[in-house]
Write a protein that binds this ligand. Structure first.
Ligand code: IPM
Ligand code: MN
Length: 343
């Protein structure tokens, strides 16, 4: 589909370059999107650690409301340098990233992995559907007697039948569209007997509606071994927020490196914009040197243009990335140019 086919009005995208290598990798991603013929109206938002240190603001209600009006949000990376204590831990994570995920109801965090040649997962092609609004990320808990020897800290995990079921249903829908039509629930039902039970029943029940999708279950610790030893066994993995966070770093590592890992924070009901971001962080250690791998950002942008209806452009970008996968040691702009030239 071209820009015209997706509607006459140019689609509006809020771009949050963020910190460290974020703006550098997004520059390449937007270059590639333009080369694919997708016309977007871009508005830059200055948010992240730098912005917080200058203004004391993380994400105001006004800015969040503005963001609701876009067709999509593209985010580079946010966070201060490792070891820099000027931004208290959790400030940006909770105040910006998780706030957008929760308030924009981005309830699916979709993370596709294709093992690059030479990686442990070479030949594997799977997608992790991570629940993105609940679990231990919900922020339930607190302190008692903080700072005393009798201190207590609790951190609960929130699992609603509604929240789990809609995520599971998304995963089954996705599995149904893929050639292998397989789904694996990953959890820790032998220990997390309440949350695990709810997840298991949700999968069993929803599975009745998808007789054409084969499903099984792995404990999360076993899934870590399988990801390293037999990654090709997976097609669609569905899992909770924290397991999904950890598993997708491992999946990125075995698939060729986190520099290739893309993600889509989706509002599948389209009641607002979805947000697209590479899985990697701000990597301040290599920022400003033009040597960050932009492929994760480029694939994230491909997921974005697909979500916006430009299915053909998204597929072409992904194909071009596949063709450029072994030039990962070039400069960011050389990689961006190489992908753009193949379109
Ligand atoms: C990710 C990141 C975030 C998460 C952090 C930055 C809050 O690690 O997107 O995987 O834990 O979800
Ligand atoms: Mn993570």
């Amino acid at each position: 589909m071209t820009g015209d086919e997706a509607g006459s009005r140019a689609q509006r995208v809020a771009v949050i370059g963020g910190d460290g290598i974020g703006p550098e990798v997004l520059r390449e991603a937007l270059k590639v999107v333009a080369a694919a013929g997708v016309v977007l109206e871009i508005t830059d938002y200055d948010l992240g650690a730098d912005h917080f240190l200058r203004t004391g603001e993380v994400l105001t209600d006004e800015t969040l409301d503005e963001l609701r009006g876009y067709d999509a949000i593209l985010l580079g990376a946010v966070g201060p340098p490792v070891g820099d204590n000027s931004v208290p831990p959790g400030t940006l994570e909770r105040g910006l990233l998780l706030r957008m995920r929760f308030e924009l109801d981005l309830y699916v965090n979709l993370r596709p992995f294709t093992g690059v040649p030479g990686s442990i997962a070479e030949g594997a092609d799977f997608v992790v559907v991570r629940e993105n609004t609940e679990g231990s990320y919900a922020g339930e808990g607190g302190f008692l007697r903080k700072g005393t020897p009798g201190e207590v800290a609790t951190q609960g995990s929130v699992n609603t039948r509604f929240g789990v079921e809609r995520c599971v249903r998304f995963a089954f829908d996705l599995a149904r569209e893929r050639p292998a039509r397989r789904l694996t629930l990953v959890h820790k039902t032998n220990v997390l007997t309440f949350a695990g039970d709810l997840w298991s029943r949700a999968v069993q029940d929803v599975a009745q509606e998808y007789p054409d999708v084969a499903w099984d279950y792995n404990h999360v610790d076993a899934a870590c071994i399988y990801l390293v030893e037999q990654p090709r066994r997976y097609d669609v993995i569905v899992t909770d927020n924290l397991f999904g966070d950890i598993l997708t770093d491992l999946a990125g590592a075995v698939s060729g490196g986190i520099g290739f890992a893309a993600s889509a924070n989706l509002n599948p009901d389209r009641t607002g914009p979805s947000m697209f971001e590479p899985v990697h962080g701000a990597a301040h250690d290599i920022a400003g040197q033009g040597r960050a791998n932009p492929l994760a950002a480029i694939v994230s942008a491909a997921l974005m243009v697909e979500h916006l209806g430009h299915l053909d452009a998204g597929a072409r970008i992904r194909e071009a990335v596949r063709a450029c996968i072994d030039i990962g040691s070039d400069s960011s702009s050389a990689i961006g140019d190489a992908v753009a030239e193949r379109l």
